[in-house]
Every structure is written in C-alpha cells, then in structure tokens.
Write a protein that binds this ligand. Structure first.
Ligand code: SF4
Length: 378
C-alpha cells in the first residue's frame, strides 16, 4: 500500500479500512498519542482492537461514499447487542483515536457509540476525546477538586460524562468549555493538548515531527488538515513520490509551507482532502483551468495558495496572534517519548519554526509589509 496509492481499492487502504487504516501504522512508529499524550503508543494489541482492520472484521456493514466517489472511505458500522448498541455512518481514524487510545479505551463498540452521541449532540469528537482524556489525567493526579473522577478506559462513564457535557450538568458544565478552558479551571493548563485553543488530532509530533510544526503554525489551531505532512512522512504520496523520515526535524519547516499552500489551493477548489493521495499541483491546475477557462501555470496557482495562507495569517496578526503564538504544549517539546518507534524523541519545534519562518519570509510569525506587497495583499 505504502509504495503506491492509499486510495486504490486494489491496495487496501482507504477503500477497505477507511482512514482508520492509520491506527496500526502510527502505533508501530510511536506516533499514536495515548492517555492524553502521556505516551506515544497504545500498545500493539490495544491499537489493533480499535483499528480499521478490527472494524472491518467485526462491525462493518457498509461502505458509504460522498457522491460518485470511487474510494468510498466511509465505514458504516452496527453494534447489534450489548450496552453500546448502535448503527452509525462511519468510524474514522481521528475519533477512534480521540475516544480510544487517547482515553485508554480499547472498546471499539463504545467508540462507535460515543461518536454517534457526538453526531446527535453536534459535538466535535476530537475535542470531546481531548476533554475526556484531560479530565482522566486530572482524575489520576487528584486535580479535580471535588468534581468527581473519570478512570482511563472506563467506557460506560465516558458515555455518561458525554451526556453531562451536552446538558452542562455537574462537571459537564466545566468540561463543556473545551479542553483548554477545562484544564485551566482545574488549575493545570499544562494538561491541555491544544494550540491556539484547539485540541490536537491523532498524530504525536514526537513520532511525526512534521505534524508538530503543522499544528503550531496552522492558522486555526492544532489541525492536521492545513498541512497533512504525514502523507510524506508515512510515504503514502502517489507512487512514493515523496518520502521523508518522520523522526527528522530538518526540512519539515519547508515541507509544511508547501503542504499548507497546496492544501489552500485544493480546499479552495472544494476538493476532498484525500485527492492529495492521488493528485498533485499539475492535476489541480488542469482541473482549475478546465473549469474556469483560464490559463494558469502550476506556479501561478501555487502562488494563490501562498497568498491565501498569508492573508489568513495577516488576519490573525491583526487579531493579536503575533510572536510566540506558534507554540506546542510543553509535553511534546520537553517530555521525550518512552515508546518504541520514537523512544527518546521530543519535537524540536524551535528549530523547525526558524526554518519555516525563513521559507515563509515572516518575522517571528508576523507577515511583514513587503511580503504583503509582494503577494498583492495590500
Ligand atoms: S470524497 Fe473523500 S471523504 Fe468522500 S468518500 Fe470519497 S475519499 Fe471519502
């Protein structure tokens, strides 16, 4: 799968296992955050029990698609019996991680049930999983100050606390404020795995260093979709066209800039993010020219992506995000991984930031006037 195309049905990957094909892969390289990122892996057997392969073998009932998509990455599931009985559209990698490994929970039926709760309540399962895992860490360390406790992997209690959050009852009132504010309310903001107030997704930046600089410099907080560097770090680009060492920091600043600019283009074209596993700027440019009748070169269209990213950053600068705003939780930069695959590694954010700002032409996260002029933003 890794040498060719992750979207290809022939090769397994997204079509067969959905995005959750990643669970066993990130586990194997020490890049699967566990127990509120205190660990960089969940353990092989535990990861297997919440993986796409396990879903496929035990609860899968269908492969829905967005309109006319041949990839069909959604994985519809049904749990027919027991306390977590549910039928729902799709178990994907991010929520399987956030409500699974991140909470010390290896019960995939409970994961499916809680994702369905999120769908009903209108909650983001990534943020919910981070809130719950932060509360679990607070419980373990006796920081909850009379606000009850939640044990790692207690799936039944996770369901109940999710209801409390939705209805803002008991501790749910505090947790409903989100991970960053919830951790601050417990007096320990360091337990919040957030950037610019947004909780992290399912990649530990000690094992996938590109994700560290991508989270830190994303204009909307810790986000894996502004620059999906794992595509290159895990070697799932088309036909292995770009493969880099996930544990190396060098080059990741420049790599992140490229991904951000390319994704700004593909997002603006309203394409599925997974198109990037099969297409690059040449294909995007042909499609753009075909639809608009214009005649852009690849370089001109990529420049549009750069302009979009700079405009967003300029807006953030005006809103008060300036030097020091591109940070990571200290856990990633100061607490080395203890798990196989990434053991001993931290995320070298400062080194990557220097490289990134040089590539962008920014001054400590701020877009200078000459850059705005060069890109015809002002
Ligand atoms: S369009 Fe994208 S998200 Fe939708 S089924 Fe296809 S690959 Fe999955």
């Amino acid at each position: 799968m890794a040498e060719e195309n992750i979207t290809s049905p022939r090769k397994g990957g997204l079509s067969v296992y959905g995005t959750n094909v990643l669970m066993n892969i990130t586990e194997s390289i020490g890049a699967l955050p566990a127990r509120n990122s205190q660990f960089t892996a969940f353990g092989k057997d535990n990861a297997e029990m919440i993986s796409g392969e396990y879903v496929n073998d035990h609860i899968l009932i269908g492969n829905p698609t967005c309109h006319a998509c041949p990839v069909a990455c959604k994985k519809e599931v049904e749990v027919k019996e027991g306390p977590f009985k549910v039928k729902m559209e799709s178990v994907e990698y991010e929520p399987a991680w956030s409500l699974g490994s991140n909470c010390g929970n290896n019960n995939i039926e409970a994961v499916a049930f809680i994702i369905d709760q999120c769908n009903d309540y209108g909650m983001d399962p990534i943020e919910l999983g981070n809130v719950l895992s932060m509360y679990m860490e607070a419980s373990e360390k006796n920081y909850t100050n009379g606000d009850g406790k939640l044990a790692w992997g207690d799936a039944h209690a996770m369901v109940e606390v999710t209801k409390q959050i939705a209805w803002r009852e008991g501790v749910g009132d505090k947790l409903a404020e989100g991970t960053a504010r919830g951790a601050a309310a417990f007096g320990h903001p360091e337990m919040a795995m957030t950037v610019k107030g947004q909780a992290i997704p399912a990649y530990d930046p000690r094992g996938l260093k590109g994700m560290g600089i991508a989270y830190a410099t994303s204009n909307r907080g810790a986000c894996h979709l502004r620059a999906y560097t794992p595509a290159a770090e895990l070697g799932v680009m088309p036909f292995g066209s770009l493969k880099v060492d996930p544990l190396a920091w060098k080059g990741k600043g420049e790599l992140t800039k490229i991904f951000q600019d390319v994704h700004a283009v593909s997002d603006s074209l309203d394409l599925c993010k997974f198109s990037a596993f099969a297409q690059g700027m040449s294909e995007y440019t042909e499609q753009f020219n075909g639809v608009t009748g214009l005649d852009y070169s690849v370089e001109e269209l990529l420049k549009c992506g750069e302009r979009i990213y700079n405009l967003e950053r300029y807006y953030n600068n005006q809103a008060g995000f300036r030097e020091g705003s591109d940070y990571l939780p200290k856990r990633f930069t100061h607490e080395p991984s203890t798990m196989p695959g990434s053991e001993g590694h931290v995320c070298e954010l400062d080194l990557m930031l220097e490289e990134y700002y040089n590539a962008r032409g920014w001054v400590n996260g701020v877009v200078p006037e000459h850059k705005l002029q060069e890109l015809q933003i002002i």
